[in-house]
Design a protein. Structure first.
Lengths: 114, 117
C-alpha cells in the first residue's frame, strides 16, 4: 500500500524568507501524481501545485516550486518570499495513475513570522 | 456554483443520534469524494462517486456510514448511531470527468465539523 510521510509537524519562517517542506512517499507504482494542498483556518483545501511523475521537470507556480526526486521518492515544496498569507497547514498527497484516491500525509503547519 | 459547498458548517450531536452531511459539488463535475479529517491527522478517503457508476465505498469505516448522490449532483453522507470517535471534519471534493492518463484536480469544500458528545 502507498504511504505518504510528512516528518515536520510544524515549521516557521520569517516573512520574505524561503522555507522548504518535506514529503516522502512509498509506492511500487511507476506512474502517479503528487500534489501539495494548503489548508488555511477556513478549512478549505486549496491546490498549491501538482507534479506528474513522468515529468522530469520540477513544477513551479509563482513563489511555489517542488523538488521532485523520483528515485528517492521525495517531493518537497519550496516557498520563496514567504508571506503572512502563506501561514496554513500544508498537505502532501499521492494519487496512483488510473486511480482516484488521494493518499494524504499528516500535514505540516507553517507559521510565518512578521 | 462557484465552488464546492457543504452544510452544515458545524454540527454538534449526541452519541447515538444519526446525522446527515450535505455536499454540493461544482456544477458539471461528475466525480465526488468524501474524506474525513481527524484532529492532527491527514485526510482519510471515505467514498467516491463517478457519474452513474457504482460508488467506491472501500474507505467507509463501518456500516454506520453511508452516502448517496442524487441525480449525479448533490451528495449526502449519513452517519447512524454516532460515536465519539466519529468526531472529525468531513470534507467533500469534486472533480471534472477523468481523462485517461491524466489527473483531475480535486476541488474541496470547507468541510463540516462534527462533534459527537
Amino acid at each position: 500500500a502507498q504511504t505518504v510521510t510528512q516528518s515536520q509537524p510544524e515549521m516557521s519562517v520569517q516573512e520574505a524568507e524561503t522555507v522548504t517542506l518535506s514529503c516522502t512517499y512509498d509506492t511500487s507504482e511507476s506512474d502517479y501524481y503528487l500534489f501539495w494542498y494548503k489548508q488555511p483556518p477556513s478549512r478549505q483545501m486549496i491546490l498549491v501545485i501538482r507534479q506528474e511523475a513522468y515529468k522530469q521537470q520540477n513544477a513551479t507556480e509563482n513563489r511555489f516550486s517542488v523538488n521532485f526526486q523520483k528515485a528517492a521518492k521525495s517531493f518537497s515544496l519550496k516557498i520563496s518570499d514567504s508571506q503572512l498569507g502563506d501561514a496554513a497547514m500544508y498537505f502532501c498527497a499521492y494519487e496512483g495513475a488510473g486511480t482516484y484516491k488521494y493518499i494524504f500525509g499528516t500535514g505540516t503547519r507553517l507559521k510565518v513570522l512578521a | 456554483g462557484a465552488g464546492v459547498s457543504q452544510s452544515p458548517s458545524n454540527k454538534v450531536t449526541e452519541k447515538g443520534k444519526d446525522v446527515e452531511l450535505r455536499c454540493d459539488p461544482i456544477s458539471g463535475h461528475t466525480a465526488l469524494y468524501w474524506y474525513r479529517q481527524s484532529l492532527g491527522q491527514g485526510l482519510e478517503f471515505l467514498i467516491y462517486f463517478q457519474g452513474n457508476s457504482a460508488p467506491d465505498k472501500s474507505g467507509l469505516p463501518s456500516d454506520r456510514f453511508s452516502a448517496e448522490r442524487t441525480g449525479g449532483s448533490v451528495s449526502t453522507l449519513t452517519i447512524q448511531r454516532t460515536q465519539q470517535e466519529d468526531s472529525a471534519v468531513y470534507l467533500c471534493a469534486s472533480s471534472s470527468a477523468r481523462l485517461a492518463g491524466g489527473p483531475e484536480t480535486q476541488y474541496f469544500g470547507p468541510g463540516t465539523r462534527l462533534l459527537v458528545l
